[in-house]
Write a protein of this length. Structure first.
Length: 641
């Protein structure tokens, strides 16, 4: 279909002229059959003409036009300038690809999609469209104009009879099965609530999911997976609600998704007087095309008091603002979090920081530049050395290994695959002094494989008075790191309790195993780090580590990194977004709690002896399992000769 704008350009865009135009258009189409056919074809080929000449919106709130007159509650659907490009992009791509629309509240996205569904249903035979919301009432409720199907039928009921047909003859609505049927061209629109089976087994030209960020997890992701095989075009629309959930994953992940945006900053009614605050005074973004309002230009007392009040409440004045935006921020109950969620299309800003602004500011105040930049290398005969190197990745504070005095240290490690590139996460080593709680070393690299990284970490720990080593043992990188630490014969390591596969007996296993959930070990790990930072038990020196603390947010009662909230717990990380340094520091805190708080410094010798016995037992078991595997491999090979 070739889309045109032959009719749109001639439709009046102001309210009163548009109503007069519609009256003349309807009268002539009713009387002139040839003219009626021409209008039908024009509506089919020019969707903007269909919107502006025949469609309506329902606005129950009282609004005024630019002349101060109260607008009617039923208004002609004359698209705003920033809606036009979205409507055109949708019309050209519906049915061909997945489409995501991120929006501020009250930008008309749902009305746009429902009207486009009606357009397909009317003018294109055999069309089948699915529409879903989080509940049955919001999907299809005949008495509720907020529901999707009611919006479509409300529009349909206001079209001329020659265009829409007669209910019960040309079309009908089955409330029980939530289907709108067009008998003239065999088109269907079906409404669903968010269930796993919705849409499964059917085939649809496109499928609309409304306000998906408000859907419950994991129902939202399961629903998207369910309809993926039913259509080539999933249309997902929502106001962001943090980094978690299917909507954030749909919009923020890379993929062949057409991404569109409807922001209040492009709304002609809301962007009037748009400005930035510079040196404490509003300055217009576009002084010629969109100057400041009189109150803001003269900075009257009312405006000054409002801005001071909003600053005290923590609102961000680095953002572009407008008088309308300030009024929304100043309403009772409005918070920076709710405004970021409802208006600013800010995925990260709409989630509260897991470590809290106060704790993060305290950490930032303790950050220091490294006293040495260094690199590390293994010696051929065994051991290793840290040597000064401009631009080196090993950062050192306060203690330099060649001049170490007596002291105890804990080394925390987060292990990654070490594949390199911009999409690879870091393997990180963090060392903390037990006596002072001060970070003394950080090494972050994404180009060293886990086995070689383990060799280097073991030798660095030996330089730091045999530092107590604790690492995250999850996944293939964690397994490789664990094996190399044991092969290297390093004994001063963290041993976790683990249940035997058969029976209730507990045994000690090397490394920290991270589990999710509100009561899993990830929650224990991150909560322990937050407490240590808040009380000053641990002092962070690394600026990169302090910055990564902001990557952790509360998502439905759990502390997770923003990237994990997008990709899921098993997704690989992208560079700094994962918060690898934070995990390594959290490991170090758990090592301090396990080694020095629980057992005490005086029992250290006994503790080391016990750990040595357990590690030796683990190594013997590892060797036995390897011999059994070798014997099995040898038998298999001989049997196939």
């Amino acid at each position: 279909m070739r889309w045109t704008e032959l009719g749109w350009r001639y439709v009046p865009k102001e309210l009163e002229p548009n109503l007069r135009f519609r009256l003349l258009l309807y009268r002539r189409a009713r009387e002139d059959v040839r003219f009626r056919r021409a209008v039908w074809k024009l509506c089919m080929e020019d969707v903007l003409f269909f919107f502006a000449a025949f469609c309506w919106v329902h606005e129950p709130r009282l609004l005024r036009d630019k002349y101060g007159r109260v607008l009617p509650q039923h208004q002609p659907f004359i698209p705003w300038p920033h809606q036009i490009n979205v409507i055109k992009a949708l019309r050209e791509n519906l049915g061909f690809c997945d489409i995501g629309i991120e929006k501020s509240r009250d930008e008309g996205a749902t009305w746009i999609i429902c009207t486009l569904a009606l357009h397909d249903w009317l003018f294109f035979p055999g069309t089948k469209i699915g529409m879903a919301s989080w509940s049955e009432e919001m999907a299809d409720d005949p008495g509720n104009l907020d529901s999707l199907m009611t919006k479509v039928t409300w529009q349909l009921g206001r079209l001329p009879v020659w265009m829409a047909g007669r209910k019960g003859v040309d079309w009908d609505r089955n409330v029980h099965s939530r289907v709108l049927v067009n008998y003239r061209n065999d088109s269907h629109i079906k409404a669903f609530s968010a269930t796993v089976r919705a849409g499964r087994g059917g085939r649809y030209k496109w499928f609309f999911c409304d306000e998906m960020a408000a859907w419950q997890e994991p129902r939202d992701m399961e629903f998207l997976e369910s309809v993926r095989g039913s259509t080539n075009s999933r249309v997902v629309v929502s106001t962001p609600s943090g980094m978690g959930g299917a909507f954030a994953s749909f919009m923020l992940n890379e993929g062949n998704v057409l991404k569109l945006r409807l922001s209040w900053r492009d709304n002609p009614r809301k962007k009037v007087g748009m400005y930035r605050l510079i040196d404490g005074r509003p300055v217009a973004i576009d002084p010629v095309g969109n100057p400041l309002t009189w109150e803001y230009e003269n900075f009257v007392d009312e405006v000054r008091e409002r801005l001071e009040r909003l600053q005290q409440r923590g609102f961000d004045f680095e953002r572009v603002r407008s008088p309308w935006y300030d009024e929304q921020c100043d309403r009772p109950g409005a918070t920076p979090l709710s405004v970021a969620k409802e208006l600013d299309i800010d995925y990260s800003g709409s989630e509260p920081l897991a470590f809290g602004e106060e704790v993060i500011n305290k950490v930032v105040g303790c950050v220091r530049p490294p006293q040495w930049r260094a690199s590390f290398r293994l010696r051929e005969g065994g051991g290793g050395e840290i040597f000064e190197a401009p631009g080196g990745q090993v950062l050192l504070w306060e203690v330099y290994p060649r001049s170490l005095s007596r002291g105890a240290f804990v080394a925390g490690v987060d292990v990654a695959a070490g594949t390199g590139g911009s999409t690879s996460s870091n393997s990180v080593l963090v060392i903390v002094s037990v006596d002072s709680g001060v970070q003394v070393l950080e090494w972050a690299t994404n180009v060293i494989d886990p086995t070689h990284f383990a060799e280097c970490v073991v030798e660095i720990c030996r330089l730091y008075n045999d530092a107590y080593l604790i690492w995250e043992a999850n996944g293939a990188p964690g397994v490789e790191f664990t094996r190399q630490v044991l092969v290297a014969g390093y004994r001063n390591i963290y041993m976790r309790k683990s249940l035997m596969k058969r029976g209730r007996e507990r045994r000690r296993m090397p490394g920290w195993m991270t589990t999710g959930g509100m009561t899993g070990t990830r929650a224990i790990m991150l909560s322990g780090l937050r407490t240590a930072l808040a009380t000053g038990r641990v002092v962070v020196r690394s600026a990169a580590l302090a910055s990564e603390l902001r990557n952790y947010v509360w998502v439905r009662g759990q502390m997770v990194s923003r990237y994990m909230a997008i990709r899921g717990e098993d997704g690989s990380a992208v560079g700094e977004a994962h918060g690898d340094r934070v995990v390594a520091m959290a490991m170090a805190v758990q090592g301090m709690l396990d080694r020095y708080a629980q057992y005490g410094r005086r029992s250290e010798a006994v503790r080391v002896e016990q750990v040595n016995e357990r590690v030796a037992e683990y190594l013997r078991e590892y060797d036995r399992s390897r011999l059994r595997q070798d014997a099995w491999t040898d038998l298999f090979c001989r049997s196939h000769v």
